[in-house]
Unconditional design. Structure first.
Length: 104
């Protein structure tokens, strides 16, 4: 069922409540995915610096992009995230993964 207005939302359904946020603000889940990506990049890069004394920021970005990509795909399959958000995250992820592979 497509959620278009607040009257379509079942108050007992967590999926409807979470999915409705994407209708109010179409870029909400894109911003959430971006914030998760930044947090993962920062923690991976910081861990590399602490362990080795040097780090590869592009590697941290690519690994984080894969993690966020998987989370967004799962959200899309459950109906929480729309196709345009999946497409934007996929393009963003493929760019960083490609840069990382071609950098080796």
């Amino acid at each position: 069922m497509a959620l278009t207005t607040l009257t379509d939302v079942d108050p007992q359904s967590a999926t409807d409540m979470i999915g409705y946020i994407g209708i109010i603000s179409p870029n909400f889940w894109l911003y959430v995915a971006g914030a998760i990506w930044v947090i993962i990049v920062s923690s991976l890069y910081g861990r590399q610096i602490l362990r080795k004394g040097e780090g590869n920021i592009l590697r941290s970005m690519a690994v984080s992009a894969v993690a966020v990509w998987v989370v967004v795909i799962v959200g899309f399959m459950n109906g929480l995230i729309f196709l345009d958000t999946l497409q934007k995250v996929s393009a963003f992820s493929i760019i960083f993964i490609g840069l990382w592979f071609f950098n080796k």
